[in-house]
Design a binder for this molecule. Structure first.
Ligand SMILES: Nc1nc2c(c(=O)[nH]1)N[C@H]1C(S)=C(S)[C@@H](COP(=O)(O)OP(=O)(O)OC[C@H]3O[C@@H](n4cnc5c(=O)[nH]c(N)nc54)[C@H](O)[C@@H]3O)O[C@H]1N2
Ligand SMILES: Nc1nc2c(c(=O)[nH]1)N[C@H]1C(S)=C(S)[C@@H](COP(=O)(O)OP(=O)(O)OC[C@H]3O[C@@H](n4cnc5c(=O)[nH]c(N)nc54)[C@H](O)[C@@H]3O)O[C@H]1N2
Ligand code: SF4
Ligand SMILES: [Mo]
Length: 694
C-alpha cells in the first residue's frame, strides 16, 4: 500500500496540537507537528510521538465489555457493539422512566469536541453535564469571570511578543503546549525575561532569570506584596487604570498592610528580591504575561491567588496588549459564521443542576458545573437522585481525591458506563466499558478555535481501528438511535461535518490543503477603546457584585497556611514531559522512558530522617502507606514533598504500569469535601503525609 499523509489532531493530551501523520502500509505511523502551523515548527512533544505506542498497545480495551462480577472485581463478558449499546440504552431508559432524565449524568475532559455528546444529553433532557475542570482550571475560569465578566479563554497568551513572562504554579517546559513553548523560546531568544515562582526548581526554573521558591501555600502573600509595590511605586498603567479599572481605591487600601517586608516572613522571599523583580516586570509592561495558572486546583484560597494575578496583569496594562493578554476573536468577530451546533437542536433543559451550580451557587458558571458536587448528589440524592453516570473520556478515580470515598458515592448508581481508549480505574469499576478508538484511528467532529486568528480544524483518522473499537460519534449515534433522538443518528462522519459547516461558506474539502481553515488572514489585535469587558460597568471590577451577593469577599484577607509538624510534609504534585495525567503510564514507549515516579524531598529534611537519594521510602497518611524511591534534592522547599501525578496503577490488565510508583490522590483522605468555596475547584494540596525510610 502506498504511503499517505493525513492532517489530524494529537490526542495524547488536552492541548490537541495540529499534526501531520505519515502512514506506511496502512499501519506504520510517523507523527510530526503540522508544518502549516508555524509555531509547531514541525515538532510534537515526546507524548505526541508515542501515539503509535497507543494504537499498538494490546493492553487496552478491545471490545465492548459488560461486567459479570461485582464492581471492580474485573470479571467481564465480551459483548458485541449491538449488545452493549442495547444494554446501555435499556438501562438509561429505565432510569429515565423511573427518576426522570435528570437522573442521567455525564462527565468528560472538556475541550473542543463536545458539541455532539452534549447535544445527546440535551436531547435526553438532562442538565447534568460536567467536565473535569473542578479538578483543574475552574478557579482560573471563575476568577477571570469575576473580574472581567469573560472567561479565561477570552484572552490569548501572546508569548511570541512578550518581554517578561511570569510562571506561578505553571511549568510550561514540562506541562507542555508545543506552540506556547516554541513561542516563548523565540521570545526569550529576543530578550524576553522569565520569572518562575514555585515550591521547587522545575525545568522552567532552570531557564528563568528570576526564580522564587516560596513556602507552599503562600503565593497569595507574594502577589499581594507585588500589588502593594506596583501601587506604591506607581508602576501601574495610568491610562489603562483610568479607562478600565473600577475599584482601584479599594484595592489600594486593601493591600496597604501587605508590604514586601511583611511577605518575606510568609514566603521566605527577601523583600529586596521581590522589589527588584517588580521593577524589572514594570519595565517590560505592557508586553508582560503573568500566567494566571492552569492546574490551579490546589488550595482552599487558590481562587484569590488567580484573581490577584489577573489584577496584576490589569495594573500593568497587559490586558489587550501585544505581548500580553490580547483578546481573541470568535468567528463572528471577524465577520464569519461559526459552526452550526447540534446542541441548538434542543432547548436547554430547565431542570436545576444536581451539583447546585447556577441556583444553590449562583456565582459559578453553569456550563461544565462542578463534578465533585454532582458525585455528592449521587450519595445524598439532594436535590434529586442521580442514577446513571457516563464517564466519557474521564477517569475521576484517578483525577479526584480519595478514590475509595468516590466509589462509595458511585455505589448508589444503577448504571456506570466508561467510554475510553485505555484502561483506567474508572473503566475497571464500571458496569459497561465502551472502547473508544484512539485518536489516530478515529475521525472527530469539526471544532472552532477562538484565537487572534480564529480557524476551524478537524481530526481525521490516519489508520483503521486495530480492534473492535469505535469513534465517539459512532457511539453517541448508536445510543441516539436506540433512544429516539433521530437528529443525532448518522452513518457517515461526512454528514456530521456537512451539518456543522452549513452556512459557514466552508466545505470539508477546504481542510485538505493544511488540515485547518483559517477564518482571517492575519492576527487581529482589538483596539484599546474596544476591549470587551462584560461586567455591568464594562470595566474590570475589583469588587464583584456576584461575589458580594453570594456572601463572598472580593478582596480576601490573607490567611497563613498551616506549617506541617516535623516529619510531616505537604503533598504537592505536577506533571512531567513524558506522561499525561494517569493515562500514558502503561504506554509501551513512554513507560519504557519513565516507568515510575519519585518522591522529591529536601536534602536537610531527608538527612533528619536518615534518607539518602535513591532510598526507598514509605509515604503514609492516616494508616495508609505506599512505598516509592526518594529523590533527595535542595531544589524543593523543606515543607513540601513532590510527585509526578498519574502513577500507582493497580490494574492487572496493565502489566507495564502495575504497582509502579505512587498515586498522589490516595493520600487525600476526605479530599472530595475540601474545595474552594469561591472558585469551586478541589483543593488538592491541603493534605499532609509522613515519610520514613522503607
Ligand atoms: N491528585 C491529583 N489529581 C489530579 C491532578 C494531579 O496532578 N494530582 N491533575 C488534575 C488535572 S490538571 C486534570 S486535567 C485532571 C485530568 O483528569 P482526566 O480528564 O480524568 O484525565 P485524562 O487521563 O486526561 O483522561 C481520562 C481518560 O480519558 C481517556 N481519553 C479518551 N479519549 C481521549 C483523548 O482523546 N485524549 C486523551 N488525552 N484522553 C482520552 C483516557 O483513556 C483516560 O482514561 O486530573 C486532575 N486531578
Ligand atoms: N507533559 C504534560 N503536559 C501537560 C499535561 C500532562 O499531563 N503532561 N497536562 C495538561 C494539563 S490537563 C494541565 S492542567 C497542564 C498543567 O500544567 P501546570 O498548570 O503547569 O501544572 P503542574 O505541572 O501540575 O504544576 C506546575 C507547577 O506548580 C508547582 N507547584 C505546586 N504547588 C505549588 C505552590 O503552592 N505554589 C507554587 N508557586 N507552585 C506550586 C509544581 O511544583 C509545578 O512545577 O499541563 C498540560 N500539559
Ligand atoms: S502537547 Fe504533546 S501530547 Fe499534548 S497535544 Fe501537543 S504533541 Fe500531543
Ligand atoms: Mo488539567
Amino acid at each position: 500500500m502506498a504511503d499517505k499523509w493525513v492532517y489530524s489532531i494529537c490526542g495524547m493530551c488536552t492541548v490537541r496540537c495540529p499534526i501531520k501523520v505519515n502512514v506506511q502500509n496502512g499501519k506504520d505511523v510517523f507523527i510530526q507537528g503540522n508544518p502549516h502551523v508555524p509555531a509547531m515548527k514541525g515538532a510534537v512533544c515526546p507524548r505526541g510521538t508515542a501515539g503509535k505506542g497507543l494504537i499498538y498497545d494490546s493492553e487496552r480495551p478491545q471490545t465492548p465489555l459488560i461486567r459479570e462480577g461485582k464492581r471492580g472485581e474485573g470479571k467481564w463478558r465480551k459483548a458485541t457493539w449491538e449488545e452493549a449499546l442495547d444494554h446501555v440504552a435499556d438501562k438509561l431508559n429505565e432510569v429515565k422512566d423511573r427518576y426522570g432524565a435528570k437522573a442521567i449524568a455525564l462527565s468528560d475532559r472538556g475541550g473542543p469536541f463536545r458539541d455532539f455528546h452534549r447535544a445527546f444529553l440535551r436531547g435526553l433532557g438532562t442538565p447534568n453535564y460536567n467536565n473535569h475542570d473542578s479538578s483543574c482550571a475552574r478557579n482560573v475560569q471563575h476568577s477571570a469571570l469575576s473580574l472581567t465578566g469573560r472567561g479565561r479563554k477570552a484572552v490569548a497568551y501572546d508569548y511570541k511578543h512578550s518581554r517578561h513572562v511570569v510562571l506561578q504554579f505553571r511549568n510550561i517546559f514540562e506541562s507542555i503546549d508545543v506552540q506556547e513553548v516554541n513561542n516563548l523560546m523565540d521570545a526569550m531568544e529576543k530578550g524576553c525575561k522569565l520569572t518562575v515562582i514555585d515550591v521547587r526548581a522545575n525545568i522552567s526554573a532552570g531557564k528563568a532569570h528570576h526564580f522564587f521558591m516560596v513556602r507552599p501555600g503562600t503565593d497569595y502573600a507574594f502577589n499581594l506584596a507585588v500589588i502593594n509595590e506596583i501601587i506604591a511605586k506607581r508602576f501601574y498603567d495610568d491610562k489603562f487604570k483610568k479607562r478600565y479599572i473600577e475599584g482601584f481605591d479599594e484595592l489600594t487600601g486593601f493591600v496597604s498592610p501587605y508590604t514586601p517586608e511583611w511577605a518575606e516572613q510568609e514566603t521566605g522571599v527577601p523583600a529586596s528580591h521581590l522589589r527588584r523583580f517588580v521593577k524589572d516586570l514594570a519595565q517590560a509592561a505592557p508586553a508582560v504575561i503573568w500566567h494566571p495558572g492552569w492546574m490551579a486546583a490546589r488550595y482552599k484560597h487558590s481562587f484569590y491567588v488567580c484573581r490577584s494575578i489577573y489584577i496584576i496583569n490589569a495594573l500593568l496594562g497587559a490586558y489587550g496588549a501585544k505581548g500580553g493578554l490580547p483578546f481573541v476573536s470568535k468567528p463572528g468577530d471577524v465577520g464569519r459564521s461559526g459552526l452550526k451546533k447540534f446542541m441548538d437542536l434542543y432547548p436547554k433543559p430547565d431542570e436545576k443542576r444536581a451539583d447546585g451550580v447556577g441556583w444553590k451557587y449562583p456565582h459559578f458558571e453553569d456550563g461544565p458545573g462542578l463534578a465533585h458536587l454532582m458525585f455528592e448528589a449521587m450519595e445524598t440524592e439532594d436535590p434529586y437522585p442521580v442514577k446513571a453516570y457516563i464517564a466519557y473520556r474521564h477517569d475521576p478515580l484517578m483525577g479526584y481525591p480519595d478514590p475509595d470515598r468516590l466509589k462509595k458515592k458511585w455505589d448508589n448508581l444503577d448504571l456506570l458506563v466508561s467510554v475510553t481508549f485505555s484502561w483506567s480505574d474508572t473503566a475497571w469499576y464500571s458496569d459497561v466499558v465502551l472502547p473508544l478508538s484512539p485518536y489516530l484511528e478515529r475521525d472527530s467532529i469539526i471544532a472552532a478555535k477562538n484565537s487572534l486568528a480564529p480557524y476551524f480544524f478537524v481530526r481525521k483518522k490516519a489508520v483503521e481501528p486495530m480492534y473492535d473499537t469505535r469513534a465517539d460519534w459512532e457511539i453517541i449515534s448508536g445510543l441516539a438511535r436506540r433512544m429516539n433522538l433521530p437528529e443525532l443518528v448518522f452513518d457517515r462522519i461526512e454528514d456530521i461535518w456537512n451539518f456543522q459547516l452549513e452556512g459557514t461558506g466552508v466545505t470539508i474539502e477546504d481542510f485538505d490543503a493544511t488540515g485547518m481553515v483559517p477564518l482571517v488572514e492575519k492576527p487581529v489585535y482589538p483596539e484599546f477603546e474596544n476591549y470587551g469587558f462584560k461586567t455591568p460597568s464594562k470595566k474590570i471590577e475589583i469588587i464583584s457584585k456576584k461575589l458580594t451577593d453570594s456572601g463572598l469577599d472580593s478582596l480576601a484577607p490573607y490567611e497563613p497556611p498551616v506549617s506541617p509538624d516535623p516529619g510531616r510534609f505537604r503533598l504537592t504534585f505536577g506533571r512531567c514531559a513524558l506522561h499525561t495525567q494517569g493515562h500514558t503510564v502503561n504506554n509501551p514507549l513512554l513507560s519504557e522512558q519513565m516507568p515510575e515516579n519519585h518522591l522529591w524531598i529536601n536534602t536537610k529534611e531527608a538527612e533528619k530522617l536518615d534518607i539518602e537519594d535513591g532510598d526507598r521510602v514509605t509515604v503514609s497518611q492516616n494508616g495508609y502507606s505506599e512505598s516509592i524511591q526518594a529523590r533527595v534534592t535542595e531544589a524543593i522547599h523543606p515543607q513540601a514533598v513532590f510527585v509526578v501525578h498519574g502513577f500507582g496503577h493497580r490494574l492487572p490488565v496493565e502489566t507495564r504500569a502495575f504497582n509502579k510508583g505512587l498515586a498522589d490522590n490516595r493520600f487525600m483522605a476526605g479530599g472530595l469535601d475540601i474545595w474552594d468555596r469561591a472558585g469551586g475547584a478541589i483543593a488538592f494540596q491541603e493534605h499532609f503525609v509522613t515519610v520514613s525510610k522503607a
